[in-house]
Design a protein around this ligand. Structure first.
Ligand SMILES: Cc1ncc(COP(=O)(O)O)c(C=O)c1O
Length: 320
């Protein structure tokens, strides 16, 4: 497997792939994108990602330059071309080294034009697809869980809430601070102090339900995640996690999450396409629950892996 790039449908090696310095994605962050991964060499939830890309583009008044189906075919063809590329030993060599899955980024910019902020100056939208071998997260992060820090921000994306716009500067700076503090992810708090999401992930809590007349002894658990209205990116993994929770009989609801709610949760985890489900065992200086990945997080992740076709494979925390 190798890295390949598709620009407006034409495939290039990375060193030959060029876009204009007048492209508005470069000049103004005037673009939207999607991050996708493959399972078994096939892009997972491709339809959902392309639908979200189109919605994000609509939110900032960029129209898809080709029908969604054609963009999907370009993504699939590029993944296939990267898998078959001779560099690095080809697909057989890659499989032998265990590198069989792809990390895919699909970008759509407003295109290029003369300098000036006015979007009317842009020519035709530009589409770029990047494919490279997926590097899975180290097993230790799944096995032991991660630390996160909380950061209060005003986010750049708030001009187009819910859209996956390319300007991640505030999140990038929050992530830099998190990494400097030895944490894996930063959880973004809105100006009123509510937990929104991670810099590139959604966040979930497992809470013990209050006792009711129907279940006075074991009230069971509840899965909580901030609602769309909190200003989150509605994650595709988030949706799958809510579905598998229902299949496992774990009720879920989308509700605002305050810091005190986050800190009193029995389990916390983050979700994203590339990382699936990662247990959080520390938030700032606070230890979450028992300080180890919890049973509900594990059960949800195992069910999620079945859903993506990896039912028989070792679980991420079981890998050496
Ligand atoms: C801000 C933000 N929230 C959530 C997510 C998770 O979304 P998904 O599960 O669709 O990858 C991402 C993914 O990149 C993100 O950037």
């Amino acid at each position: 497997m190798t890295r390949l790039v598709s620009i407006d449908g034409a495939i290039f090696r990375p060193e030959e792939a060029k876009v204009s310095v007048y492209d508005r994605g470069f000049l103004y962050g005037d673009s939207v994108f999607e991050t996708i991964r493959t399972y078994g060499g096939k892009p997972f939830a491709l339809e959902d990602h392309l639908a979200r890309l189109e919605r994000s583009a609509e939110r900032i008044a960029i129209s898809l330059p080709v029908p969604r189906e054609e963009l999907g075919r370009e993504v699939t063809a590029l993944i296939q071309a990267a898998r078959e590329a001779p560099e690095g030993g080809g697909a057989a060599g890659a499989a032998a080294r265990g590198v069989v899955e792809s990390y895919v980024r699909v970008m759509l910019t407003r295109g290029s034009g003369p300098l000036g902020l006015d979007p009317a100056l842009a020519g035709a939208p530009l589409r770029v697809i990047l494919v490279e071998p997926l590097k899975p997260l180290p097993a230790a992060l799944y096995r032991d869980g991660i630390s996160v820090v909380t950061t209060r921000t005003q986010r750049a994306g708030d001009a187009a809430p819910g859209a996956k716009v390319s300007n991640y500067l505030e999140s990038l700076l929050a992530l830099r601070d998190a990494r400097a503090a030895g944490a894996h992810e930063a959880l973004i708090l809105d100006p009123s102090g509510h937990v929104v999401e991670g810099t590139t992930s959604n966040v979930f809590l497992v809470e013990r339900r209050p006792a009711t007349h129907e279940s006075p002894e074991d009230p069971g658990h509840l899965l909580i995640t901030p609602p769309k209205e909190a200003g989150i990116l509605v994650g595709i993994t988030r949706g799958h996690v809510i579905d598998v929770a229902a299949e496992l009989g774990l009720p879920s609801c989308c509700e605002p999450v305050t810091m005190s709610r986050l800190l009193s949760a029995e389990e916390v985890f983050i979700t994203s396409s590339l990382r699936e489900i990662v247990p959080v065992v520390r938030v700032d200086a606070h230890v979450v629950g028992a300080g180890v990945p919890g049973p509900k997080t594990r059960a949800l992740h195992a069910a999620f892996r079945k859903k993506v076709g990896l039912g028989g494979a070792p679980l991420p925390w079981e890998s050496p």
